[in-house]
Design a protein around this ligand. Structure first.
Ligand code: IVH
Length: 683
């Protein structure tokens, strides 16, 4: 058997999952024997990891095929009814907090007092605001993952952790005999924003911040849900280490971070080194400036004595080590007035109260509105119209009302009550049992229709120029559109009588609508508003099924077999296609000549071959073309587009007034191109 045979593997949608599963069992056991018993591995750790990962994916897609003799079930992987408790090798301690330069000075002085005459270099790194985790690797193989729990006993969450792609099931290269590595599991800020937007839309309670979302996710008993949420990790310490031949405990934290990286474990994107309090404070200030660029939320910096030998000399108190300390940044908040609370009706009828604020600058941008999520949230905060409030950004992204300044009240403030009738169509609203959300019960509600059409026409979906909020409102008020299919029935006679609709704008709008008939299938899927299906899933579905008809005919099992599609989404997709109203809508759209996938170029799968293959782009600043257009060009040439700059970014396309992303790219040495250079590249 050659390595090529091994890795020319089908994906999780393989037509013969049982056979592939058996094959993977066989191969993994074979390589385990070679590795553990004969110390003669035939494949690299990365290759082993790829096999292991495929098995995990296949078992997720076909839970019915999971057997107790699977290599994934051998250690710490029992099917879960609740989490088992496990003991950490060493207690998982906490850190003392500091809030000022003075306290940092005291910390450094104390170190010097405890280690007189010694040089004490220190590392400084971002404090990741996530959920602490301890992974146990024996002979390089991940055998257990546990949360912190009470510090001594934690929950065993191995199966959930195995769904996190960047965590290797086997350490790369030479591994120690035993390693309990410690770090933080977090939900990337962008994913947090998406999950919350979706939960809000569905009337589910939103997560207050990415940390709560990560903690809630890790506690899920169903690893499929965990996989869907796309957690990430950063590792920064150890709780146990036994050397193996040629692998001993590094002498410094710096070297330890390098080892973690070499073993394939994700680490903080950067760390700083300092020899005195002034140097530590300079690093803390620098992290404070760039911390919003990190993919994780960070509320502080961690300062550690670099030399590991000095750790044992310094020891710990019962709560925290003496060789490390956390510095906490002030959360950025701004004071403003809550002018009003309005109620918005979403695509699926959920009523959301929105704070209308006196505009105020917070963490770099002006905030004038903030979602209040639901009535319970308003009652919990005792928020009243006219109140003075403190505003912040949850997860650095989403504006939120943090606290009410009750002492500032003068008695003129008004209590808010959720309306009993939809503010848009006056239909009675309902609150389903177990849901905090209130919904408008009228499927023909004009506000819901508007939201659905706006979403359909938006840049991320069908990208119909000129069909923004105002025009959609006009069309809906004039009863010209009741669903998205009505857009394709519009003509000059219907549009010209409308206000502000001249010959030219009518022509432009009709042309844009007509052109949207040719949009690729993924855009149509993204715009239809299938529950749980956003742009990424729409792309995956389009490339996996090719046409709407094939997608509509897919079973839950077939959908689950697609990598990235979990059970919840699969059930939602099936349910959506089985709704007879949806069936009628799709037929109308088909009759209107929309591309149901048949007209997509052959193999318009995610892997487009082109000159940008293998490159990852980030877009920032003001460009003369819309960003989504630029992103599409990049994708059509084979490149990937990402929202944030990291070491994986190949190019930053920077328009006018590029800000923090440009700064970060320059720091990381990412190649920056301006629009003119971009145009040359694409031509
Ligand atoms: S070192 C003995 N480094 O913050 C604990 N901790 O508030 C040594 N944390 O318990 C921990 N980022 O869960 C360390 N870069 C980092 C961290 C970090 C986040 C967490 C960790 C710790 C908690 C204390």
């Amino acid at each position: 058997m050659t390595t090529d045979d091994l890795f020319s593997r089908p994906d999780a949608s393989t037509p013969f999952p049982e056979e592939r599963l058996q094959e993977l069992h066989r191969q993994i056991s074979h390589h385990d024997r070679l590795y553990y018993e004969q110390a003669k591995p035939e494949i690299t750790d990365r290759e082993y990891d790829s096999l292991y990962r495929e098995l995990v994916d296949l078992e997720r897609a076909h839970p019915e095929l999971l057997s107790s003799d699977s290599p994934t079930q051998k250690v710490g992987g029992r099917p879960q009814g609740s989490f088992a408790q496990v003991q950490h090798l060493l207690p998982m301690q906490s850190l003392d907090n500091t809030y000022s330069g003075e306290e940092i000075g005291n910390f450094v002085e104390r170190l010097q007092r405890l280690l007189p005459g010694e040089k004490i270099p220190m590392t400084i790194e971002p404090k990741v605001d996530g959920v602490a985790i301890a992974l146990l690797y024996e002979k390089g193989r991940l055998i257990r993952a546990a949360t912190r729990g009470d510090g001594t006993l934690g929950d065993e969450v191995t199966r959930n952790i195995r769904t996190i792609r960047e965590i290797p099931s086997r350490l790369h290269g030479h591994a120690p005999a035993l390693l309990e590595v410690r770090g933080e599991i977090y939900l990337p800020k962008e994913t947090f924003a998406l999950i919350n937007a979706e939960r809000d839309e569905q009337g589910l309670p939103v997560f207050a911040n990415p940390r709560n979302a990560a903690a809630g996710t890790l506690k899920q008993l169903d690893p499929n849900i965990v996989a869907e949420r796309k957690l990430a990790a950063v590792f920064y310490g150890y709780g146990g280490f036994e050397p193996s031949e040629g692998v001993s405990l590094p002498e410094t934290m710096e070297q330890f971070f390098d080892c973690l990286k070499a073993w394939g474990l994700p680490v903080n994107p950067r760390h700083w080194l300092a020899s005195d309090a002034a140097g530590v404070m300079a690093a803390i200030r620098e992290i404070g400036k760039i911390r919003r660029n990190f993919t994780f939320e960070t509320d502080g910096a961690v300062i550690k004595v670099d030399r590991i030998g000095q750790h044992s000399l310094l020891g710990s108190t019962s709560k925290a080590p003496r060789w490390a300390i956390a510095y906490k940044y002030e959360p950025e908040q701004a004071r403003t007035r809550l002018l009003d609370i309005t109620v918005q009706v979403g695509r699926s009828g959920v009523l959301t109260p929105v704070a209308e604020l006196d505009p105020v600058l917070v963490a770099g941008s002006t905030v004038s509105r903030a979602t209040l999520h639901n009535e319970e949230e308003i009652i919990r905060k005792d928020l009243r119209i006219g109140d003075w409030v403190m505003v912040e950004k949850a997860g650095d992204v989403i504006p939120a009302v943090a606290t009410v300044l009750v002492a500032e009240r003068d008695g003129t403030e008004r209590v808010f009550r959720m309306p009993e009738f939809c503010p848009a169509c006056a239909a009675p609203v309902i609150r389903s049992e177990g849901e905090v959300a209130v919904r408008c019960t009228n499927p023909g509600c004009a506000a819901q229709i508007r939201r659905r059409i706006e979403y359909f026409a938006s840049r991320q979906a069908m990208d119909i120029a000129g069909l923004g909020e105002a025009v959609v409102a006009q069309l809906s008020d004039a009863s010209l559109v009741r669903d998205i299919a009505d857009l394709y029935e519009l003509n000059k006679e219907k549009l010209l009588p409308l206000e502000r609709m001249g010959e030219k704008s009518v022509n432009n709008l009709l042309e844009a609508i007509a052109a949207s008939r040719e949009q690729p299938l993924w855009r149509l899927l993204a715009g239809l508003g299938i529950p749980h299906v956003g742009v990424t899933a729409a792309r995956t579905l389009a490339s996996s099924f090719g046409t709407i008809d094939r997608l509509a005919a897919a079973t839950i099992e077939e959908l689950c077999a697609v990598e990235e599609i979990g059970e919840i989404m699969a059930v939602a997709i099936c349910g959506w296609f089985h709704d007879s109203q949806i069936g009628k809508l799709l037929e109308k759209l088909r009759d209107s000549g929309l591309n149901f996938g048949e007209r997509d170029p052959k193999g318009s799968a995610p892997t487009v071959c082109g000159p940008f293959n293998g490159t990852t782009w980030v877009l920032t600043g003001t460009l003369t073309i819309p960003r989504e257009k630029a992103a599409e060009i990049i994708r059509s040439l084979g490149g990937k587009v990402s929202g944030s700059v990291s070491a994986k970014t190949t190019y930053l396309l920077a328009g006018e007034e590029a800000g923090s992303k440009l700064e970060k790219a320059e720091k990381l040495g990412v190649k920056v191109v301006n629009e003119e250079e971009f145009r040359k590249l694409i031509s």
